[in-house]
Design a protein around this ligand. Structure first.
Ligand code: PEP
Ligand code: MN
Length: 338
C-alpha cells in the first residue's frame, strides 16, 4: 500500500501517521517522489482500509500495490539503489561493475595471483568461494574458514573488496565481520531464516536467482532481506533450469530489463554459471551489458584445466582482460544511444 500525502502535510502529521502504521506492525518506507511525498507500507495490510487512512485530511490518495514484493518494488523506491563501499567501490548507479575470481579459493598463491590480474583488468571486486554448496557430496567442498582467511590476504594485497558465499547461519558472525559483499547462492535463495538473519547484519547481500525460481520469487526473497531494514540487496541472474542441455543453465537475459523495470535494486549477471562453458561467457556477458545489467560476476582461473571447481566455465585472466574492455565499450555504446 502506498499513501500519497498532500503537499501541505506537516512533519508532525507525517510522524503521527507513521506511528499509527508502525503500531499496526507494518514496515514503513518514505518515498520521495519528484513532487509528492509518499509512504510505502509493507506487511499485512489486510485489516487496513483506504477509507481509514483517507480520514486524515492531509492524505491525498491511497494506492494498493498488488505485487507480492513491496520493499524491492520500484514503486516503493523510484530511484535506483546504489551500493557504495569505502574506497569508491560501487554497484549500480550507471556503470558496469566487474566481480571476478575463481569459483573456489584453492591456495594463497592462486587467489592472490588471480586477484592481482583481475584488478589490473578493471575488476572492482574479487569473488571466490570458501564454502561451496556442491551438488555432489563427493566434490571439493571448499577450504572453509581457511579459504576466508586467504580471501582476506588477497584483499589486503590488492585492495579489492571480497564477495563470497555463505551457506549456513552458523557463519553469520564471521561473515558479518570479514566479508564485504555476502553472496547467497542459487540453492539458498529460498532459505528464508538465513535471508532474515542476513537482513540484520548491515552488509550488502548478493542474492542469486534460484535454479528454478521465477523473477517474482526472486523479488520476494529480496523482501525477506530488506524487511529487516539493515542490508541492501544486489540481484543476480545466473541462469535457470530449462529443457535445454547444450548449456548448463539457460541464462535469462530478459530477466535484466524485466527486473530493472520492477525493482530499484542493482542487477548483475553471471554468465559463467549461466552457460557452463568458458567460450560462451564473453558473448553472454556482452548480451547482459547490452540488456542493461549493472555488473557481471565472472569465474576467472589462472589454470582452468586444473581448477578444483568449475574449470570448464572459467576463463583465463587474459580472456577476462579482453572481456572487461569489451564490456566497457558495449556499455558506452548503449549509453551513447540511450
Ligand atoms: C558460485 O557463484 O560459485 C555458485 C555456486 O553459484 P550458484 O549459486 O549460482 O550456482
Ligand atoms: Mn562456480
Amino acid at each position: 500500500m502506498i499513501i500519497i500525502l498532500k503537499e501541505h502535510a506537516s512533519e508532525n502529521q507525517v510522524g503521527e501517521l507513521k506511528n499509527e502504521m508502525s503500531a499496526r506492525g507494518l514496515i514503513i518506507q518514505e518515498i520521495q517522489g519528484e513532487t509528492t511525498r509518499m509512504i510505502g507500507l509493507a506487511g499485512d495490510t489486510s485489516g487496513l482500509s483506504a477509507e481509514t487512512i483517507m480520514r486524515h485530511e492531509y492524505v491525498e490518495r491511497v494506492m494498493k500495490v498488488s505485487d507480492p514484493y513491496k520493499l524491492a518494488n520500484r514503486r516503493f523506491h523510484p530511484n535506483d539503489t546504489v551500493i557504495e563501499l569505502p574506497g569508491g567501490h560501487r554497484i549500480g548507479g550507471g556503470g558496469v561493475t566487474l566481480i571476478a575470481g575463481p569459483c573456489s579459493v584453492e591456495s594463497e598463491e592462486q587467489i592472490v595471483e588471480i586477484a592481482r590480474e583481475v584488478k589490473l583488468s578493471g575488476a572492482g571486486f574479487l569473488r571466490g568461494g570458501a564454502f561451496k554448496p556442491r551438488s555432489s557430496p563427493y566434490s571439493f567442498q571448499g577450504l572453509g574458514l581457511d579459504g576466508l582467511e586467504l580471501l582476506k590476504v588477497a584483499r589486503e594485497k590488492t585492495g579489492l573488496p571480497i564477495v563470497t558465499e555463505i551457506v549456513e547461519q552458523e557463519h553469520l558472525e564471521v561473515f558479518a565481520r570479514d566479508v564485504d559483499v555476502i553472496q547467497v547462492g542459487a540453492r539458498n535463495m529460498q532459505n528464508f531464516p538465513l535471508l532474515r538473519e542476513l537482513g540484520r547484519i548491515g552488509k550488502p547481500i548478493l542474492l542469486k536467482r534460484g535454479l528454478s525460481s521465477t523473477i517474482e520469487e526472486l523479488l520476494m526473497a529480496a523482501d525477506y532481506i530488506l524487511m529487516e531494514e539493515k542490508s541492501p540487496v544486489i540481484l543476480c541472474e545466473r541462469g535457470i533450469r530449462t529443457f535445454e542441455t547444450a548449456t548448463r543453465n539457460t541464462l535469462d537475459i530478459s530477466a535484466v530489463p524485466v527486473l530493472k523495470e520492477k525493482t530499484h535494486l542493482p542487477v548483475i549477471v553471471d554468465p559463467s554459471h549461466g552457460t557452463g562453458h568458458w567460450n560462451l561467457v564473453s558473448p553472454m556477458a556482452m548480451a547482459a551489458v547490452a540488456a542493461g545489467a549493472d555488473g557481471l560476476i565472472i569465474e576467472v582461473h589462472n589454470h582452468p584445466e586444473k581448477a578444483l571447481c568449475d574449470g570448464q566455465q572459467s576463463i583465463t585472466p587474459a580472456l577476462f582482460d579482453t572481456l572487461a574492455k569489451q564490456a566497457q565499450r558495449v556499455h558506452a555504446a548503449i549509453k551513447e544511444n540511450a
